[in-house]
Design a protein around this ligand. Sequence first.
Ligand code: KG4
Ligand code: ZN
Length: 352
Amino acid sequence: MKILGIETSCDETAAAVVSSDPSNPSNPWAIASNVVASQVDIHREWGGVVPEIASRQHVRDICGVVERALDDAGVTLQAIDAIAVTRGPGLVGSLLVGVAFAKAAGAARGIPVVGVHHLAGHIESVFLEHGAIELPAVVLVVSGGHSSLYFVETPGEYTLVGRTRDDAAGEAFDKVARLVGLGYPGGPAIDRAAKAGDDTAVTFSMPRMTHADRNNPRAGFAAEFSFSGLKTAVVRHLEKRGVTTLEGREAADLAASFQRVVVESLLDRTFEVAESLGAKSIGIAGGVSANSRLRADAEARGARTGVPVYIPRLALSTDNAAMIAAAGLRRLERGRTGPADFKVAADIPINE
Ligand code: KG4
Ligand code: ZN
């Protein structure tokens, strides 16, 4: 079966073709194409994503991006068996463009259109890259809008076992980069700057957020992240130095120190939760999983603890439509296609 995935939840217009081969259960999904038109240069001028501009740009880009994804896969719409599209969470105006396009194309072809949860897409990116990883797994999803831990016992079923109580990790990267004057988007800018910095130069204290019921994680959240304090610490650091931005060595030191505490906090919770739930593997997905330190430290910790860590390649970490196609295939495989008249929503439950 061949599925066309469409993703327009934020500032990336993306389309991909993924095929599934049930005769190969250990690695059933193959990416035939994966096209992303990023709006990052458009939003840079504003220092963040402007929702109205984002939806208008999706309208401009969607046809070309889908055509390109079909072309790259060497197929036409006639060869597609189903369409998967992100229906939330995200910017409603942006989501509407993808969903309207998917429903129209699906109706024209008479094929099913499956609405999928954006974070289910990020979780499935791990399975898309690495095939059937050992279950149960704990998957850390770290993006611009979310920092959550999911427990996956059965493919396609996601139990929330940890989350941030304030900012998402990606949001913290973006805000700190803006405060220090490192540019937009903040995650890649901090990652780059940190390479030349000393990660112990600036002291940040990380609050330890552990749910009171940590011994029974299934009864509630096993762990909470908190990143908003780091922003305040950076503001204080700038005030103390009497400057409004940092440059050169100082910027690099701050970036490296900030990145170290965020990565440590993410990995501490993830490995603790994995241990307490008896997880056999760990997955890490979402835009922040593109972070070079997070990738290196997670792999090193996995090797030390004996818990295999699975991270998708960079093109599948940040927003893309191949992961949405994979989440759609998962729903089809489980017979959970959902209603044909599904609506977009800024926030939707992941297992709906
Ligand atoms: O998953 P994603 O592409 O979009 C959302 O669903 O939000 O994640 C975007 C986030 C942004 O906050 C961006 O700064 C962050 O991922 N990001 C990174 C890196 N690359 C992207 N954060 C840290 N290091 C990176 N290399
Ligand atoms: Zn995302």
